[in-house]
Design a protein around this ligand. Structure first.
Ligand SMILES: CC(C)(COP(=O)(O)OP(=O)(O)OC[C@H]1O[C@@H](n2cnc3c(N)ncnc32)[C@H](O)[C@@H]1OP(=O)(O)O)[C@@H](O)C(=O)NCCC(=O)NCCS
Length: 163
């Protein structure tokens, strides 16, 4: 049975690889240049915007959980952030990101991570969990919908090079 434990610096390569893959997939119809730029800037983006680097978080208010297999292998992660977000009118637990490594998908591990998010929210007395998901990420959207998440906002963009 896989188990959840807090992030440790040794997880950095696997965390970064899975997260970068998720971000690249969300770019959809993008050029190789755009993808290369994201690849190159991603660690700095995490550092400056999210206060997260190899050694963990620089500020309180966030948790990163790692799903580990029986042999200690990295199966996925769940990043939770506590927010007092006026848009929800109540303190909110944000699933900043989550993911399961490619080989581990389809085994209910994604659902397991989201159970952990619900458990964490209950323990903190938080009644709302919020997350953002890329419009092209059908698999994740199906999972969240099935778990009872509703779409409350859509972010849209248009690439002007493809009118
Ligand atoms: C989205 C993701 C976390 C799902 O994890 P998973 O462990 O494969 O999911 P589970 O096995 O728990 O399945 C949950 C649901 O996902 C969907 N799903 C699972 N396997 C699928 C497949 N092969 N094809 C389509 N949908 C599938 C189904 O809705 C499934 O529900 P079901 O169990 O009733 O069939 C995983 O695909 C992933 O890590 N993707 C890349 C990262 C990502 O997209 N993160 C979300 C960004 S916020």
């Amino acid at each position: 049975m896989p188990n959840l434990r807090p992030y440790a610096p040794k997880d950095w390569p696997q965390f970064l690889a899975l997260e970068l893959e998720t971000q690249l997939d969300s770019l959809g119809d993008s050029t190789e240049q755009e993808r290369a730029t994201l690849r190159e800037r991603f660690p700095a983006l995490l550092d400056v915007k999210m206060g997260f680097s190899r050694n963990g978080f620089r500020r309180p208010g966030a948790e990163l959980w790692v799903l580990e297999g029986d042999a200690g292998e990295y199966l996925g992660h769940l990043w939770l952030s506590m927010r007092d977000d006026a848009r929800h009118g109540t303190p909110t637990l944000q699933v900043t990101t989550m993911g399961i490594v490619r080989d581990g998908r389809g085994k209910n591990y994604g659902r397991l991570l989201m159970q952990k998010a619900e458990q964490a929210a209950k323990e903190k007395g938080i009644e709302v969990i919020a997350l953002e998901v890329a419009g092209n990420n059908r698999r994740a959207r199906d999972m969240f919908k099935d778990l009872g998440y509703e779409t409350i906002r859509r972010t849209m963009h248009k690439r002007l090079r493809n009118p």
